[in-house]
Design a protein around this ligand. Structure first.
Ligand SMILES: Cc1ncc(COP(=O)(O)O)c(C=O)c1O
Length: 368
């Protein structure tokens, strides 16, 4: 039986009828920009993450750029970021005119190496740094990282594109951040029907700047306090997110159960299935398997042959991308991010996978 890597069509019963009804009503009312749906998703984000301000925007990449601009990062500033992330993290730094310095990962946990990061701060005196909460959890050293950045006056921006629903030390991971971002790309844990994103912060000044910048830098309709751009969240996307949010607990619960299913099934075997550090409750965004590179490719080939979907998040380091060449100021550390790119394999994980599907995947991997 083929199993897709992700199936976005597996929606709750009645979901599509309610969505069609919303689209119809909103279209009749020409409720296209802003309005109650956008206000509602922002309210929900505040309530569920524990931050004081949630500002919606067009996508998770813009959210990163808005956050960087809000904390004052601009031309000639240095920004540290992990060498292993989605390209948008790197891209955002360059797009605000700053100089990216990548920091290698700790292969034991596949997140930015905290000790290397501390050295990089001393060496490069960055204005800001970014940490990325990958896979549905984050680094085990998040509290230390936040405290270190505070002590050194380095603004820490947390790329939480993948982290909606993640709990860190019993609270939403976003709550303890100075400023963080979310992506609502359809495949994310809370996914829209297109592109959408948000910036979260409890700092009212940051929130004010982000809200203005995401709307052309407006102070009033035809007065502009900043040069921003149009990064407003589309009202239809907000409406879809509000509807999806009604089912978020069931979706996350289902994801977490599938994540656990894999861990139990591979426990004690030659297949290394990564578990989040103990301070975290994951949101079940991704399964993460680690192999020797040749073995990863061999297993990938077998899965392909059997029609089992898989991904490699991520297949390469930021510092080795062709597009990085003209912008990267330095790459701190060794080759762990590069090796990780050749070692990672992600098995299917999405809401409402059946036990039969999970068993099929496990059998295919074990039989490879
Ligand atoms: C870690 C990370 N950062 C940033 C982004 C960018 O978000 P978006 O695709 O909504 O622009 C994504 C998602 O694609 C992501 O996974």
């Amino acid at each position: 039986m083929p199993v897709p890597f992700i199936d976005l069509k597996r929606l709750e019963s009645g979901f599509l009828d309610r969505w069609s009804e919303k689209v119809r009503t909103m279209s009749e009312n020409t409720a296209f920009i802003g309005g109650p749906e956008v206000a509602q998703i922002e309210k929900t984000l505040v309530e569920t993450t524990g931050v004081e301000h949630a500002v919606s925007c067009a996508n998770g990449t813009d959210a990163l750029q808005l956050a960087l601009r809000a904390v004052g990062v601009g031309r000639g500033d240095t920004v540290l970021l992990p060498d292993f992330t989605f390209w948008a993290t790197f891209e955002a730094v360059v797009n605000v005119g700053a100089d990216p310095v990548t920091v290698d990962i700790d292969p034991a946990e596949m997140h930015m190496d905290f000790d290397l990061f501390c050295k990089a701060v001393d060496q490069h005196k960055p204005k800001a740094a970014m940490i990325v909460h990958l896979y549905g959890w984050g680094t085990s050293r998040l509290a230390e990282l936040r405290a270190f950045c505070k002590e050194r006056g380095v603004v820490l921006i947390e790329d939480g594109a993948q982290a909606y629903g993640v709990k860190y030390k019993g609270e939403s991971i976003y709550k303890g951040a100075d400023i963080s971002t979310i992506s609502f790309y359809p495949a994310k844990v809370l996914g829209a029907a297109g592109d959408a994103g948000a910036v979260l912060t409890s700092n009212p000044e940051y929130a004010k700047v982000v809200r203005s910048m995401a709307n052309h830098g407006r102070s009033e309709h035809y007065s502009y306090g900043y040069v921003g751009w149009n990064s407003r969240m589309d009202s239809f996307q907000a409406a879809f997110l509000n509807l999806a949010h009604e089912f978020i607990d069931a979706r996350i619960d289902s994801r977490r159960k599938s994540g656990e299913f894999y861990r139990k099934a591979f426990a004690g075997s030659a297949h290394k299935c990564i578990t989040p550090p103990s301070d975290y409750v994951e949101n079940g965004y991704l399964n993460l398997m680690i192999y020797e590179p040749a073995e990863r490719d061999r297993i990938g080939a077998v899965l392909k042959e059997k029609g089992i979907g898989f991904a490699m998040v991520y297949p390469g380091a930021m510092s080795e991308q062709e597009g990085a060449k003209d912008y990267i100021k330095a790459a701190i550390g060794g080759e762990h991010a590069s090796t990780a790119g050749k070692s990672v394999l992600n098995l299917p994980l999405f809401p409402y996978m059946t036990d039969a599907e999970l068993e099929e995947v496990v059998a295919a991997v074990k039989g490879a």
